[in-house]
Every structure is written in C-alpha cells, then in structure tokens.
Design a protein around this ligand. Structure first.
Ligand code: PHE
Length: 339
C-alpha cells in the first residue's frame, strides 16, 4: 500500500505535466506499459505470502484502473487540443486577395464564324462539316477541275498520297451534301482548309465557309440578294456590294463579290488600294456538270454556291494587317477581341 501511495504521487505530477501526444506516449510507457512501474509492482507480488497476494493484487489492479481512467481523460483532452490546432493551421483567410484568372475569350475567327452562322441560321441554312482530309475526286474531279488545273499542282496542294490530300477549299462539301441531302436544301459548311502558301495575308492553314443552295429555278438574282444581305449583316447595314465576273470550274457563271471598303466607306484608302472596294467572296450558279456529279438532274435542279475566307473577314473587320498575328497565340492580342 505504501508503494502504491508513493507511486500515486509520482503519477499525479506526471499526469499534470502532460501537454503533447509525445508526452502522453512517454507517460504510458513509464507507468502503464509492459515494462512500466505499475507492471513492476505486479511482479513484486511474488515476494508476498500466499495469503497476502490476492488482496495486494486487487489493490494494484484498482490502482491501475484508476490511473488508466485518468490517462484516458487526458488523452481525450490532448486529442481535442491537437484537432483544434490543426483546424487553426488549415483555416482559410477569406480576406486574402483572390488569385486572378483571366477569363477566356473567343478567337477573332471563331467570332466571325459564329456571326456568319447566326446570319445563315436566320436564313434557314443547316450546318455541314466535311472531312479535312479529302480525296482528289471530291476536292477536284467532281468539282469539274481539270487534271491540268494549276490548283492541282503539288506546289499549291498538300498531297498525302497520290489520291488523298488536305482539302484546299470547303467546296468538296458541295458534292457530299448533294449526294446525301434531299433537295431543296440550304447548307453552310465552315472549316479549315490548307494550301501551300505563306506570306503576310496567307497561311498554309486558314478557314473558309461554303454555302450551297439547291432548289428549282434559282438564278444569279437569288445569289445577289442572299450575299448582299449577308454582307450588310456582317459589316454594316449601309455596306454596298457588287458582283464582278470571274471564273471557277464548279460555277457557271462565276462571280467575285466585293463590299464597299469598311475602312473608308468607298472613297478610297490604303486598305482598299484606293478602289473603294474589297473582295470577300467567290460564288456563282453551280455548274451543270457539278450538279450531275452530285447525283442530281441539272434539268430539274439548280444550285447557288459561294465561299468566303473567315480569316480574311476577321482581318478586315478588326483591322489586322498580318494574318500571322491571328495565330501567334499572343494573349495581349487575343485579349482585345472579347467580342
Ligand atoms: N472554292 C472557292 C475558293 O476557294 C470559292 C468558291 C466557292 C467559289 C463556291 C465559287 C463557289 O476560292
């Protein structure tokens, strides 16, 4: 009993001194563990007589229970204290200035693409996207482009094999649409096109948007009305348009479409090379042979087709004089086109 009382005094002081999980562990080892002091008392029972042993053993056990209960209480308090510390360390200071992430923006070419698609959707056009890797047949032959046409030259066209190539325009979509859609229909085909070209106004990759209308009895007048209202929507309501005779193998007659210069309004400036006009489109009445190649009867159906360069329109509209600026990926430039 004396020994227990002596130990109790030590235990009380040691318990009162516990402040951390490490000290908690030390205490357990020193008093409650296998080689701790209470266990040592148990072992000393052997020195007592047989009669004394049970009572002494019970006292030691009671004492151990008492110490263990106190230990558990302190352990719980320490755990709670550690948790609070952890919460404090991990707390977020909501008064800190936020990390600013600059919001994304549409690329100028995407803005133009969207604007044009909106106008076409309003006119009842549907959307079609053909493959970027085309075959010679759809890109040239079916579009009535003769074998010796300069566009077929390896200098202008990226050939993949003898027969496959990166499409040089979106016009092969005309054939694909005629073959799969039931006339009458109106369809727009935006997409990437590729030509072996690289200077201030040309890149090996650029964007076109093709339009195709197939119906009975269409004429150049319909094309004019369509493209004139398109130009007015894209540039401004007072934009004027004019048709100039041109040549494309897949349209007959063919035209090039100019709009009054968006910079000077038609009086003449550097942008329009003092002419007052800027070319933005090629188009025409679909050649009878092309209608036939599309699987339709040219005596029954007529077609109107046109194609425009999205990069070119973006450059004109936003006053960008070098096409490379559009694709350098310089955020300082792109930031200016929040649209
Ligand atoms: N495909 C022609 C080009 O790339 C444009 C065009 C499309 C012309 C449709 C007429 C009809 O220049």
């Amino acid at each position: 009993m004396e020994q227990i009382n002596a130990l109790r005094a030590g235990v009380e002081t040691a318990l009162a001194a516990i402040k951390s999980p490490a000290e908690l562990k030390d205490f357990f080892g020193a008093y409650l563990g296998k080689s701790g002091q209470i266990q040592a008392l148990m072992k000393s029972l052997g020195a007592l007589s047989k009669e004394e042993r049970p009572a002494a053993g019970k006292r030691i056990n009671d004492f151990k229970e008492e110490v263990l209960a106190k230990f558990k209480a302190i352990e719980a308090a320490i755990e709670k204290q550690e948790l609070l510390k952890k919460y404090e360390n991990e707390s977020v200071d909501i008064s800190m200035p936020a990390v600013f992430r600059s919001p994304g923006a549409l690329h100028p070419v995407s803005i133009i693409r969207k604007e044009l698609l909106d106008v076409f959707a309003g006119m009842g056009f549907t959307l079609y996207e053909g493959p970027e890797i085309e075959d010679d047949y759809h890109n040239f032959t079916a579009l009535n482009t003769p074998q010796d046409h300069p566009a077929r030259d390896k200098q202008d066209t990226f050939y993949i094999t003898e027969d496959t190539l990166l499409r040089t325009h979106t016009s092969p979509g005309q054939i694909r649409c005629m073959k799969t859609m039931k006339p009458p229909f109106k369809v727009v085909m935006p997409g990437r096109v590729f030509r072996s070209d690289d200077d201030a106004t040309h890149l090996p990759m650029f964007h076109q948007m093709e339009g195709l209308v197939i119906d009975k009895g269409l004429s150049m007048c319909d094309l004019y009305g369509l493209l004139d209202s398109l130009a007015k929507s894209v540039f401004s309501p007072d934009t004027k348009t004019r048709f100039r005779p041109s040549y494309f193998p897949f349209t007959e007659p063919s035209v090039e479409v100019d709009v009054s210069c968006c910079e000077c309004g038609g009086s003449g400036c550097r942008l329009c090379k003092e002419t007052g006009w800027i070319e933005i489109l090629g188009g025409g009445v679909v050649n009878r042979k092309v209608i036939e190649n599309g699987g339709l009867d040219p005596d029954e159906y007529t077609g109107l087709a046109f194609g425009t360069g999205l990069d070119r329109i973006a450059m004109l509209k936003y006053g960008v004089n070098n096409i490379h600026i559009l694709y350098d990926g310089d955020v300082r430039i792109l930031k200016q086109f929040k649209g």
